[in-house]
Design a protein around this ligand. Structure first.
Ligand code: NAG
Ligand code: NAG
Ligand code: NAG
Ligand code: CU
Length: 380
């Protein structure tokens, strides 16, 4: 291993304590497609061959995120130093794409899906800085069930299903699926964007293709849905980013009139889709055993690398923060527990913070307070 990649490795594992997940695979109309695995980065560093897949390459080796102060960089498109996947998978307009995340830890924030046409270019050769994103799916906060989209995703085995609009023009697209974690969003630059891309051709007879938005214009650090305090009673939440596909008045003058009819249809579709999500979130108990299984796998991977990290100043800083944990744990200890089956948070799960009524102990890792609002189970 070169010194350079050794340093990269240390950095990667030092920040794992604050880490999260990636889309490890996705289904197009029920067919599985390989996601980009972080191992592929190391394969590349070691001169190995990357597998040909439709998912985009990215260097988010810390399993980390794009912060608001990088919304003006090309990384906001498809994560850090992203490059197009070699292949393109296929979905029918009106069909579904299921994004399968690794066990997702943060239940506070919206989930969004965008598409950008590659025009006549094969998406494997597209320049990400020219992509114009059209939002085709968004879900924020459901005030009737007090549920964030990210929690709905967690409750569905860390999977999110997006229905491709039936009227979307056929052609080659980059799909951009994104979770925005808001647990730290009370403070400036505290939101965390997790974009993931894959090449998917849409088939069918649709012809609608609204003008999209450049990645660097999608969000601003002070957007109402980016700089947001989730730790109060939420009466409304404004999902950030451009208008949803099919919404009336969607930005681009010329396309707006022609898509007016489909607007009604897709708004209804969106509404019933979220109703379905809400119902299933309420009725399905958390898939505890699935979650626990993958947590164990993750933690042993993390544990075996801990030795590498010991000299890192970043890690030491993280460890010292553990002192305030007890306070957070004590405050919420008396909170009404659920049926007793969920009594400890999984690795990277939330374990404390103001207004937190969930688990305050960790099945794996140590409960570490990052601020008054948020404590998380991490490996020291
Ligand atoms: C992006 O914005 C930040 C401030 O949020 C600034 O420091 C940085 O220089 C900008 N980068 C680019 C590439 O414009
Ligand atoms: C949950 O997701 C994992 C990983 O994608 C998968 O192996 C497992 O079959 C899924 N479980 C269910 C109940 O769908
Ligand atoms: C949950 O995920 C499955 C795929 O694993 C998908 O078929 C289903 O539509 C999802 N449910 C919701 C409510 O998103
Ligand atoms: Cu996190």
């Amino acid at each position: 291993m070169s010194i350079r990649s050794a340093i990269a490795t240390i950095v990667a594992f030092a920040t794992t304590a604050l880490a999260h997940g990636t889309v490890s695979g996705f289904l197009t109309d029920g067919t599985f497609n390989q996601g980009f695995l972080l191992d592929y980065y190391y394969t590349k560093q070691n001169g190995g061959e990357l597998p040909d897949i439709a998912a985009w390459y990215a260097e988010n080796t810390d399993i980390g995120f794009i912060s608001p102060d990088a919304y003006n960089t090309s990384d906001i498109n498809c994560h850090k130093n992203a490059e197009p996947g070699a292949l393109t998978s296929t979905v029918a307009a009106g069909g579904t794409v299921d994004f399968k995340w690794t066990t997702w830890p943060h239940g506070i924030g919206p989930v969004l899906t965008y598409v950008a046409s590659c025009g006549d270019v094969d998406c494997s050769a597209v320049d990400k800085t020219t992509l114009l994103w059209v939002k085709i799916d968004e879900s924020g906060y459901d005030t009737t069930t007090s549920t964030w989209a990210a929690q709905t995703l967690i409750d569905n085995n860390s999977t999110w299903t997006t229905t491709v609009p039936e009227t979307l023009a056929a052609g080659n697209y980059v799909f951009r699926h994104e979770i925005i974690a808001l647990h730290g969003a009370t403070t400036e630059n505290g939101a965390q964007n997790y974009p993931q891309c894959m090449n998917i051709a849409v088939t069918g007879s649709g012809t609608d293709l609204p003008e999209g938005t450049l990645g660097t214009d999608l969000y601003a650090a002070d957007d109402a849905g980016i700089l947001f305090n989730p730790y109060t009673t939420i009466s409304s939440y404004t999902i950030p980013g451009p208008e949803l596909f099919g919404s009336s008045g969607s930005g681009s003058g010329s396309g707006a009139a022609t898509s007016a009819t489909s607007a009604v249809a897709s708004t209804k579709a969106a509404a019933s889709a979220s109703a379905i999500k809400a119902t299933s979130a309420a009725t399905s108990a958390a898939p505890t055993s699935a979650a626990v299984t993958s947590v164990v796998a993750t933690s042993s991977a993390a544990a075996s690398t801990t030795a590498v990290v010991t000299s890192s100043p970043t890690t030491l800083a993280t460890v010292t923060k553990a002192t305030s944990t007890t306070k957070a744990a004590t405050t919420s200890a008396a909170s009404p527990s659920q049926s007793g089956s969920v009594d400890a948070a999984s690795l990277y799960g939330q374990c404390g913070g103001k207004a937190w009524t969930g688990a305050t102990t960790c099945a794996v890792g140590t409960c570490t307070s990052y601020n008054d609002y948020y404590s998380q189970c991490v490996n020291a």
